[in-house]
Write a new protein. Structure first.
Length: 153
């Protein structure tokens, strides 16, 4: 058993599962901290970003938003209504009064674009010392990990 250059214990060529999980937890915690700072700056929440991602340039019913989010209708309803009150989402009642349609306001689109730009810039800064090959490898590994999580869920 030996220590590798990255601080984890290796047994032959095998990384201990505990080391891998610890690194994933560390990354998640640090990413959330950085993202939380950006969200605070733009006065947004993680749930508002999820809804902005789902709605984007569409006009959607609450049912469609709920289906796309994989969350329950009451949670989405509370979050959407909160964003309506803040002026980030417009609510329009359809011809059939049973349905309302929601879309992002220009204010939301502007704030969301600024948040995404700053988030990308911050991540670019973090990876500024990485080679393109290292970034490509990270991208491939994250894509594979995401697919595995998706199939498990």
């Amino acid at each position: 058993m030996s220590n590798n250059n990255f601080g984890g214990t290796i047994m032959g060529n095998k990384v201990e599962l505990g080391t891998l999980l610890s690194r994933m937890n560390d990354f998640t915690r640090m990413h959330r901290k950085l993202n939380g700072m950006l969200l605070d700056y733009y006065k947004l929440t993680e749930s508002s970003i999820v809804l902005f991602d789902i709605i984007e340039d569409e006009e959607m019913t609450l049912k469609a938003i709920t289906e796309a989010s994989y969350l329950d209708k009451s949670t989405i309803s509370r979050q959407v209504n909160s964003l309506v009150k803040k002026g980030f989402i417009d609510k329009k009642t359809g011809n059939d009064k049973r349905y309302s349609y929601f879309k992002l306001t220009e204010q939301a689109k502007t704030v969301y674009a600024a948040y995404k730009k700053e988030s990308k810039r911050a991540f670019d800064d973090l990876l500024s010392g990485w080679t393109e090959e290292e970034k490509q490898k990270l991208s491939i590994l994250l894509m594979r990990l995401n697919r595995i999580y998706e199939s498990a869920i």
